[in-house]
Design a protein around this ligand. Structure first.
Ligand SMILES: O=C(O)CCC(=O)C(=O)O
Length: 233
């Protein structure tokens, strides 16, 4: 789709980068087809249950490691106990390219401390959470703290646009920046922003292009390094 006003890459916070239109239409279509296949193989998306008994409005399927509030396992411990689906090599390569491209905009994406950084090409993700936002789904403010690795989080969006709220390290409240994420957009956060609170207060129905092969809704694929290594974490 032609745009009247082009969107430029933006550093939203130190080490947190938004790259609009990172996946082209063909890439988005491939991602939608892959997510559909992963969900079908897993018997559908599932909504995780929170420790307080409430059920998340976002549904998920996982690759590499199974995540449920608030830990990773190799088996679907809060479901049928089956093995988690493998993490595909091509998704790891996509994640590494995403980190490379984000570093070009802000090298702090891979900072691990004063003067230290994860080296170029050293990003080796081992988990993807595939988030499915159906009608009315949203994600509350939270920080991604279940990984032991300081490596950045890579987030690729397809389908309907959303408001992605990127907050601060101190808690769920302000200050925050609301970023409009569209289909194909990449958001990477690491370094000083790795543990920043973030969430999705709103998805904007009917905003996706028909050509990507989705009939409404939003998918977000978040790629991470768990740093857990062994089979049991
Ligand atoms: O859907 C998104 O863009 C954010 C997903 C997210 O925050 C998460 O998976 O932790």
């Amino acid at each position: 789709m032609a745009r009247l006003i082009p969107r430029d890459p933006e550093v939203v916070a130190p080490g947190a980068v938004h790259l609009p239109g990172w996946l082209d239409i063909e890439g988005q279509r491939r991602m939608v087809a892959a997510c559909r296949a992963w969900a079908e193989a897993a018997g559908g998306f599932r909504a995780p249950r929170m420790p307080n008994g409430s059920v998340m409005s976002v549904q998920m399927t996982c690759l590499g490691w199974h995540w449920f509030p608030y830990r990773y396992s190799r088996t679907l411990d809060d479901c049928d106990g089956g093995a988690v689906a493998p993490f595909p090599g091509w998704l790891g390569e996509l994640g590494a390219k995403a980190v490379h491209d984000a570093r070009d905009i802000d090298p702090r994406v891979t900072a691990t401390g004063p003067g230290d950084a994860i080296g170029p090409g050293a990003y080796v993700p081992d988990v993807a959470l595939v988030n499915w936002y159906g009608p009315g789904a949203r994600m509350g403010m939270h920080a991604d703290r279940d990984e032991r690795s300081p490596a950045p989080v890579v987030s690729v969006s397809v389908g309907d646009s959303c408001v992605f709220r990127f907050g601060n390290l101190g808690g769920r409240g302000r200050p925050w920046t609301d970023v409009h994420l569209e289909s194909g957009d990449l958001f990477v956060f690491g370094g000083p922003s790795r543990l920043a609170y973030h969430g999705v207060p709103t998805v904007l129905p009917g905003t996706a292009e028909v050509a990507i092969g989705m009939d409404g809704g939003r998918i977000n694929v978040t790629i991470r390094e768990t740093g857990l290594g062994g089979p049991c974490g």
